[in-house]
Design a protein around this ligand. Structure first.
Ligand code: SF4
Length: 216
């Protein structure tokens, strides 16, 4: 019996036509093209991370951990949080930490109340290496810098709202944007931070705020 869903049409399959990665379907709505474009951009991070990884002899996740630990408070630098942050399993993070530890790039701190868990921070060697890998995303930054200020502000506001909405839907487990923060207040036409006690212009909204506290 013929399976109509799988009958080829112009070299492709019927049942696959209605998706954002189909070039013809993309033409039907700009949101299709945006999703497809975001998928392309996600490839940029993979490429740039791998290039840096080969250069310094670490894996991409090990590089991400080093950069994250270098830039965030210690209470976020534990296996559970890192697994959520990078959407991988705890054993994957534990393995990466084991390697970083063997290479003497990190130090473990067991001083929390739970003696089985630990947080990590960078050793002197880790700090030196981190200073060489921070720039992995610079080729992307150079291209972003070519947009004018109003384009950048509009892009940033859309991006931060999208991140917040994906978090609300449970797709993105971690976000630290103003929109999900307990100090954030939406006024009629403006955004306000009750901690900093100031209006937040588009350019002031934060994507990864050190003062962020999740709104319950
Ligand atoms: S504390 Fe930070 S994340 Fe929260 S509203 Fe203020 S600027 Fe935004």
């Amino acid at each position: 019996m013929t399976n109509f869903a799988c009958r080829p049409k112009f070299g492709r399959l019927f049942f696959m036509d209605n998706n954002v990665f189909n070039p013809e379907h993309q033409q039907k709505h700009i949101s299709n093209k945006i999703v497809s474009g975001l998928e392309r951009i996600s490839e940029v991070f993979k490429i740039l991370l791998w290039e840096k990884a080969k250069l310094v002899g670490l894996s991409p996740i090990q590089i991400q951990i080093l950069i994250f630990v270098a830039n965030h408070k210690q209470e976020l630098c534990n296996v559970s949080h890192l697994a959520k942050e990078f959407n991988v399993t705890k054993p994957t993070i534990s393995d990466a930490i084991k390697t970083l530890d063997k290479k003497q790039l990190i130090l473990k701190d067991y001083s929390s109340s739970d003696s089985r868990s630990y947080s990590i921070h960078l050793s002197q060697l880790g700090k030196q290496l981190a200073s060489k890998i921070y720039d992995f995303a610079t080729p992307l930054k150079h291209q972003v810098d070519k947009f004018n200020q109003s384009e950048l502000e509009a892009m940033f506001k859309t991006l931060s709202e999208l991140i917040y909405k994906l978090n609300q839907k449970g797709i993105l487990t971690v976000q630290r944007t103003c929109f999900g923060c307990k100090f954030y207040q939406k006024n009629d036409t403006s955004d306000y931070c009750n901690l900093l006690e100031k209006e937040l212009l588009n350019k002031d909204l934060r994507l990864d705020c050190p003062e962020y506290i999740e709104r319950m």
